[in-house]
Design a protein around this ligand. Structure first.
Ligand code: ADP
Ligand code: MG
Length: 461
């Protein structure tokens, strides 16, 4: 098949549009950016990919989707070949404007490290390593990206931006990168810190007239890891300073790694130019682990901690604690503490009673509490949610409230309909299905729901 380069480009764009439908946004951005068709044989298409890692991932995970999309355009195609073509670093992509739905006021306080030994210079906790990081489909992408960065710092995935809800392993993964790099190259200049610490240091350096030293200090690093970058929100001066630091490091091919509790797009009051830097590298999300993954995590953690729990108990914990890994650990910790206290092994009944006290049983949350939280989040009144209206700013929150009642509380469709002013159960089913689909394709909705959930369950604690 003889086609010119413009046609190749158009062909690939069409295929990408198709592929995008079946791949999550972060995955799509990560794996398909910087790919293009370099050659079209009679029945083989050659795809240029930016590096070995992308080649493995595309050929291993997305091959079928790619072939399918290409075949829809050219039925004769039998195979796709992936060829590595390294590219000059791309400048940041154009940014997408985002209107914040809510201001970030307070965040979750940083957990104090339990260990006494922390590498002072790099500020890394040796407890966080890849070796004890459990990988499942919920965090596979983030883990793979983090590993790739340790193999090739400062080259292909720069910056690396990892986001996901609280307690899902972001800090663990970020620090694993630092620890691995230091382990392989003890001379590397590695620094881990939170965005809050960065902001505070910057402000006090300005106040004490030592800002030039501050600037110098951070420009020296080979690997700079900044955790919880969402706290840059609204801090304009810090953002400006950081923007220059970012550019200096980036241009010197130094690796930068971020975490955030939400995607770059969803961070309010963030300068566009900084947002576009965050989006210009590799973005990977971590989602809450599913039941099987929770089982695996609990099994691994019990054996690490040298305790034995009956399968029944592990199953019980995995079924009842769904939100995050920190809470799974918390449950194990309280079992250990209690049995030390009583100086005996607890039987399953005792363990269940103990956990029931601790577990924030979702069932306790009333419908009113859920609706209040959703209304609050979207800045509308509770009454509005029940209003008979088709206004979009009301309909979406209402559908989300219905979705959460169904998804998290297993409430029946007719009952939800009844609560929402005598709506037919088919209306509720429609809302549920609509939001279920939106979650897959719409990053904003996904972020909104994640934050709403955090608000609901936080208050319950
Ligand atoms: P985040 O920074 O996303 O809030 P953390 O990295 O602090 O979460 O993780 C919370 C706790 O759960 C930590 O003790 C961490 O070691 C543990 N943890 C998180 N993810 C994993 C994982 N995939 N495997 C093992 N432990 C994990
Ligand atoms: Mg963290």
């Amino acid at each position: 098949m003889l086609i010119d380069s413009l046609e190749k480009k158009q062909l690939w764009e069409k295929a990408l549009a198709e592929i995008e439908l079946s791949v999550s946004r972060p995955n799509f951005l990560t794996w398909f950016q910087n790919t293009n068709i370099s050659d079209c044989g009679r029945d083989i298409i050659t795809l240029n990919v930016p590096n070995a890692f992308a080649k493995d991932w595309l050929s291993g995970k997305y091959h079928k989707i790619i072939i399918k999309a290409l075949r829809a355009l050219f039925p004769a195609i039998r195979n796709v070949e992936y060829v590595i073509v390294s590219q000059p670093p791309v400048s940041a992509t154009t940014s997408i404007k985002y209107k914040p739905a809510m201001k970030i006021s307070s965040g979750e306080p940083q957990l104090e490290f339990e260990e006494i030994y922390i590498d002072k210079k790099a500020n890394l906790n040796p407890r966080y390593t890849f070796d004890n990081f459990i990988v499942g489909s919920f965090n596979e992408l983030a883990n793979a990206a983090a590993l790739a960065v340790t193999k090739n710092p400062g080259s292909s995935y720069n910056p690396l931006f990892i986001y996901g809800g609280t307690g899902l392993g972001k800090t663990h993964l970020l620090q694993s990168i630092g620890n691995r790099i230091l382990q392989e190259n003890p001379k590397a200049k590695v620094q881990y810190l939170t965005s809050e610490k960065f902001a505070n240091e910057y402000i006090s350096s300005v106040q004490s007239g030592t800002a030039p030293f501050f600037k110098e200090k951070y420009r020296e690093h080979d690997l700079l890891i900044i955790d919880d970058i969402q706290f840059f929100s609204g801090k304009n001066k810090t953002q400006e300073e950081f923007f220059h630091l970012f550019n200096a490091l980036y241009e010197a091919n130094k690796q930068i790694v971020f975490s955030s509790d939400r995607s770059p797009k969803a961070i309010p009051e963030l300068e566009d130019r900084l947002r576009s830097r965050f989006e210009g590298g590799m973005i990977a999300d971590i989602s809450p682990p599913e039941y099987e993954a929770r089982m695996a995590i609990l099994k691994a953690k019990t054996s690490q901690k040298d305790i034995i729990l009956a399968d029944e108990i592990i199953d019980y914990i995995a079924k009842n604690i769904q939100s995050n890994i920190r809470e799974l650990e918390g449950a194990l910790q309280s079992i250990i503490a209690q049995s030390k206290l009583l100086n005996k092994n607890l039987n399953p009944q005792e363990i269940k009673e103990l956990l029931q006290k601790n577990i924030k049983t979702r069932k306790k949350i009333t419908i009113i509490h859920l609706i209040k939280t959703v209304a609050n989040y979207y800045n509308i009144s509770e009454k509005d949610i029940f209003e008979q209206t088709r206004k979009k700013q009301i309909v979406v929150p209402r559908q989300i409230a219905m979705y959460l009642l169904r998804e998290d509380f297993n409430t029946s469709y007719p009952y939800i309909g009844e609560k929402f002013g005598g709506k037919d159960h088919t209306t509720v089913i429609h809302a549920y299905e609509k939001i279920s689909n939106d979650i897959k394709s719409n990053e904003k909705i996904r972020d909104d729901i994640r934050q709403i959930r955090e608000m609901i369950y936080e208050k319950e604690a």
